[in-house]
Design a binder for this molecule. Structure first.
Ligand code: BES
Ligand code: ZN
Length: 605
């Protein structure tokens, strides 16, 4: 290739400049993402301006998204991802001081997984593209809560969940993690509600106690992938945790949240010591109503979290360590496609435990690692081989299906294996170099592999086997914890109880369950990790005494990780299926569209 170029340079000297441009370094760009219709190699958004009204009555967002584009191919249209959006008008302008003029646009037929491409031919010179639109009440990335679904029961609540490909259901944009943008937003809300976003806000800066006013401005000067754009609107209050961190939650929850999350600043300091300065200015946490479909979501500057982590004894704050760790792995260095998801979650699971080790000591970190490997080994028994691969092929599938224990726990074990091979000191130097090299970039598994080969001495770790083969290599680390030995006692912590429960074989029977319940009161546990582990066992063993609690919990909590195994277990028998369908009918209206889609698929069988 180079050879050909030079020969051409010599033969066609007058065309030197043109050729230099062709042979020289190309702008850093990722290949086409199979989960997006966007064509960023031709036209790419670099900045997004949102102006949205939040209409609770109609359950829609309405307004404009204005894209500032970089045009590599002057003849190419701008292609945006959309799902269930109503596009009313598109306009373009040459620059901010020039007028916007109406433009043609075309919405392609809808693909069931990807949504519909919005194609906008661009007049020459146009660099700004404004799309006027409204969302659908059934948008997959939005949950509109009735007052009854909140803790306060007085005001409605709205929140977004954009990962993996749901941003397109509330913003027309290039919905690929390989495309990074800065953004600004103006959000109009009812006057008595507060809006927060994954961005800086003047409101929050000036005085968190300032009364709401229905008109909020946000800006994020760092370039992020679209799946990190987030918004929440509701009756929420702020509590100070440290000069750069705090917690937002409904008034009835916020005190409890502030107590539970009191170690947040220590976690930030531990993370900075390990991986370098925190790049995002503030770190706040928003506690959502219980229908939130995930444990946590690493929206920059504003982690979104389930209230089920508020156990009262800080035993479930590893989730905060995890979402905080994403401020480096994921938000600074991002997976370029959903096949590279393990780069986000494997690194983060590894870092999560390093943070826990710094703040709570090695015993705590080791317990979490043992439990993590245990869930991985269990899940590997049920996963098809192709889904056991770190660098997974997700073509033709919803990327949410890739979120198994494999990217998380197999990814973390791989990094633990590398750490074991070169020693912690050298591994930490490698990780710091990785973050410096790829900060604010979206990278592929191949880029990681190349960086590893260049920056780490050869080891016995079978890197290719880890990245491209199913199962676990024979040499995979086996974390151990002596804390898990011994008899049950009232002094036991959450992790010990979880390990205890998981050590029972599946069919212990209802009588044994009743005996355990008499001794340790699991049905009354207020710790959701323990409770849901127990409720799953109750279904397997037909332990009917726990059914009222089961029903109550399935209606009250929308966290998909808890619900999925229980509905799956129920669906295995005819009577279980009948019970599942009855409960689901009452519970479904309260579930997030993402959770509802998962449970629909289980109960349809
Ligand atoms: N980024 C994920 C959540 C996610 C993954 C949303 C894929 C949509 C698609 C987040 O960081 C996460 O991993 N959350 C976990 C908790 C964590 C402690 C393992 C969860 O929600 O259970
Ligand atoms: Zn994560």
């Amino acid at each position: 290739m180079l050879d050909v170029c030079w020969r051409q340079v010599i033969r066609f000297a007058p065309a030197l400049l043109v050729l230099l441009a062709a042979c020289g370094p190309k702008p850093k760009m990722q290949p086409q993402d199979r989960h997006s219709f966007a064509t960023p190699l031709e036209v790419r958004t670099k900045h997004l301006d949102l102006d949205l009204e939040v209409l609770f009555e109609q359950k829609i967002l309405r307004g404009t998204a204005t894209h500032t584009v970089v045009r590599t191919d002057e003849d190419a249209p701008l292609v945006l991802d959309t799902r269930d959006l109503t596009i009313t008008k598109v306009e373009t302008a040459e620059s901010a001081d020039k007028p916007f003029t109406p433009a043609k646009f075309e919405v392609a037929p809808k693909d069931p997984i990807l949504g519909a491409a919005l194609k906008i031919p661009l007049p020459s010179g146009a660099t700004l593209v404004r799309v006027h639109y409204a969302t659908s009440p059934a948008a997959s990335g939005l949950q509109w809560l009735e007052p009854a679904q909140t803790s306060g029961k007085q005001k409605p609540f709205l929140y977004t969940q954009s990962q993996a490909i749901h941003a397109r259901s509330w913003i027309p944009l290039q919905d690929s993690p390989g495309v990074r943008i800065t953004y600004r937003a103006r959000i109009r809300t009812p006057k008595d509600l507060i809006a927060v976003m994954s961005a800086r806000s003047d409101f929050r800066l000036a005085n968190p106690k300032e009364p709401p006013h229905g008109d909020y401005s946000f800006r994020l000067p760092q370039a992020i992938p679209s799946y990190l754009i987030a918004l929440a609107v509701g009756e929420i209050e702020f509590r100070y945790l440290s000069s750069r961190s705090g917690v937002w939650a409904e008034p009835g929850v916020v005190e409890r949240a502030a107590k539970e999350l009191a170690d947040t600043e220590r976690m930030i300091q531990a993370a900075e010591k390990l991986f370098g300065p925190y790049a995002w200015y503030r770190y706040d946490i928003l506690i959502l109503p219980p229908s939130f479909p995930f444990g946590g979501m690493e929206n920059p500057l504003m982690t979104f979290a389930t209230p089920t982590i508020l156990a009262g004894d800080k035993s479930l704050v590893s989730l905060i360590a995890h979402e905080l760790a994403h401020s480096w792995s994921g938000n600074l260095v991002t997976n370029a496609s959903w096949s590279d998801f393990w780069l986000n979650e494997g690194f983060t699971t590894y870092f999560e435990r390093r943070i826990l080790e710094e703040v709570y000591g090695p015993k705590r970190a080791r317990m979490e690692a043992v439990l993590g490997r245990q869930s991985l080994v269990e899940e590997l028994k049920t996963l098809p081989q192709k889904d056991q691969i770190l660098h997974i092929d997700l073509s033709g599938r919803d990327p949410d299906e890739g979120a198994t224990n494999v990217p998380y726990e197999k990814g973390a074990l791989f990094l633990t294996a590398l750490e074991g091979a070169v020693g912690r000191e050298r591994f930490d130097a490698f990780l710091n170099a990785y973050f410096r090299r790829f900060s604010f970039e979206s990278i592929t598994t191949s880029q990681f592999r190349n960086f590893l080969n260049k920056n780490m001495p050869p080891t016995q770790v079978p890197v290719e086997e880890w990245l491209t083969m199913p199962g676990l290599p024979a040499s995979a680390p086996k974390p151990v914890s002596d804390t898990f030995q011994g008899e049950p006692s009232l002094q036991w912590n959450t992790h010990q109880w979880l390990h205890f429960l998981r050590s029972f074989p599946p069919g212990i029977g209802a009588a044994k369950m009743a005996q355990l319940d008499r001794l340790y009161h699991f049905t009354r546990s207020t710790n959701y990790e323990i409770l849901f582990e127990w409720l799953r066992m109750a279904v397997v063993n037909r332990y009917a005494a726990a059914y009222p609690k089961l029903e109550e919990s399935l209606v009250a909590v929308g966290r998909r990780k808890y619900l999925k195994p229980i509905y799956e277990e129920l669906a295995k028998t005819a009577e279980g299926m009948a019970m599942a369908k009855r409960i689901y009918e009452a519970a479904r209206p309260g579930y997030h569209p993402i959770t509802a889609a998962t449970i629909d698929a289980i109960l349809r069988k």
